[in-house]
Design a protein around this ligand. Structure first.
Ligand code: GAP
Length: 443
């Protein structure tokens, strides 16, 4: 099962319209992916669920949407110009490139046994130029993390919203890294989205706040249905901490990746890192910008740099984990039913309306009318492009929660059949009360 589950997910994603290879008609751009009709719904639902839990349901977090391009000094202050690189070696024979830390033998190519070059630093930031002239003074970077957009707005939030510690900022947005070894579908790419919180706390409260955030974020994944057995926490060793971090714990998911040395149990890989960044960022930006980014405690009449707790997750990785986790194959008589058992908040489509007979205009008209009405309340699709068995199979494969079938009897008794995705049990429901029936199921 583990061995080819990823292949099944990649193939279903393309077949059903979740995720496509980018620029496919040109042979594709390696490790770059486009989200299709169901993919974009799933991704938006993941982002919405994150925003709801981290912004709307709390009183202490302010939303942000900062620009991707920032003043180049930001990346000097953040340490990315100096520290954000991987050491890499190239094979002189097959020309493949490897991360030095992944190599068992620093001199020998693991693919063709050819000779390797010495390891050289390779900065992971994408560089471009602002304005028409390509010169050194115009260099700007595509941000490698959304975090810095929040640090540089720290004083704007203080001045416009007057929050007291502890408080935080939240942002979802694109980030770019010129990764040396992208791969595993959407797991590691060069363009991706992050969901990040920067939570400002009193230094003496940082340890306790870190614990609370680890708990809060771990439970968020569980609350949306990820299986507990596939989720774990892993504290970083001191030697793997990023240059800014004092401590970090990763939330890891057990992905079914087939990598060298991986067990049949899957590969534990990072979904989110929750770090204590101490006062590194506010101090650095104060020093580089010349603006005082200390917090003034008006009771103690004291200024200090708050510490920052940072839960930083990847949207694409989280979407992939939910896709993998939702995938089920079930024996139904002689057949195998493939069904994506998404949590109700994440399912890309909530309701599908299907006419039992597509050559009976009265049935088709009634089904279309029901679908138009339901669309005002739920994400609903109408489909009459196949026989009912095929239509059910299609909806199961994209994780649609309920299928509403309109049949000959519906014309007489004004009732429809509602089929539950997971149990496949069917209820006969009055068209008049269909919306309330579905609402009861969702909320
Ligand atoms: N601001 C801290 C920060 O960026 P990170 O661990 O480098 O920390 C945070 O990144 C999250 O962003 C990761 O846990 C992962 O989910 C996601 N991420 C990082 N690099 C990625 C990549 N190349 N492709 C997809 N997601 C990535």
């Amino acid at each position: 099962m583990t061995e080819n589950l990823m292949d099944k997910i990649v193939s279903l994603s393309k077949r059903r319209g979740f995720i496509f290879q980018s620029s496919d008609i040109y042979g594709g751009l390696a490790n770059t992916w486009d989200y299709g009709p169901y993919g974009v719904e799933l991704k938006n639902n993941v982002k919405r669920a994150w925003w709801k839990a981290c912004v709307y349901e709390r009183n202490d977090i302010y939303g942000m949407d900062a620009a991707i391009l920032m003043h180049p000094k930001v990346w000097e202050a953040s340490g990315h110009v100096e520290n954000f690189f991987d050491l890499k070696s190239d094979c002189k024979q097959c020309r493949k490139r490897f991360k030095a830390e992944d190599l068992k033998d620093k001199n020998k190519c693991p693919e063709c046994a050819g000779e390797l070059t010495e390891a050289r630093p390779f900065n992971l930031m994408f560089k471009t130029h602002q304005g028409p002239v390509e010169e050194a003074s115009n260099i700007v970077y595509l941000r490698p993390e959304t975090a810095q957009g929040m640090f540089v707005n720290f004083s704007n939030i203080l001045d416009s919203r007057h929050p007291k510690l502890p408080f935080g900022m939240a942002q979802i947005g694109k980030a770019f890294r010129n990764e040396i070894t992208p791969g595993n579908f959407t797991f590691r790419t060069r363009e991706f989205e992050q969901m990040e919180i920067e939570y400002f706390v009193r230094p003496e409260e940082a340890e306790e706040q870190l614990k609370q955030w680890i708990d809060f974020r771990f439970n968020w994944y569980l609350s949306l249905g990820l299986k507990k057995d596939n989720l774990r926490l892993r504290p970083h060793d001191k030697n793997e901490l990023a240059h800014y971090a004092k401590a970090c714990v990763d939330v890891e998911y057990r992905f079914p990746f087939v990598t060298r040395g991986a067990s049949s149990e899957g590969t534990w890989s990072e979904l989110e890192g929750i770090a204590n960044r101490a006062d590194f960022d506010l101090r650095q930006h104060s020093q580089f910008s010349g603006k005082d980014l200390q917090y003034f405690d008006d009771q103690a009449k004291q200024k200090f740099y708050p510490y920052i707790i940072e839960p930083s997750g990847g949207v694409d990785r989280t979407v992939l984990a939910f896709l993998v986790d939702a995938y089920h194959e079930e024996k139904v008589r002689e057949d195998t039913r493939v069904v994506l058992k998404f949590n109700k908040d994440l399912a890309p489509v909530k309701v599908a309306v299907l006419p039992l007979l597509r050559n009976r205009p009265e049935i088709v008209d009634l089904a279309k009318k029901i679908s138009t009405d339901l669309k005002k309340s739920f994400v609903t699709v109408y489909d009459d492009t196949g026989a009912i068995g095929k239509l059910y199979r299609r909806q199961d494969e994209v994780g649609t929660l309920f299928c509403v079938t309109v049949d000959v009897q519906s014309l007489e008794d004004k009732q429809v059949t509602v089929r539950d995705r997971d149990t496949m049990l069917q209820d006969r429901v009055n068209i008049e009360s269909l919306k309330e029936y579905l609402q009861d199921k969702f909320y």
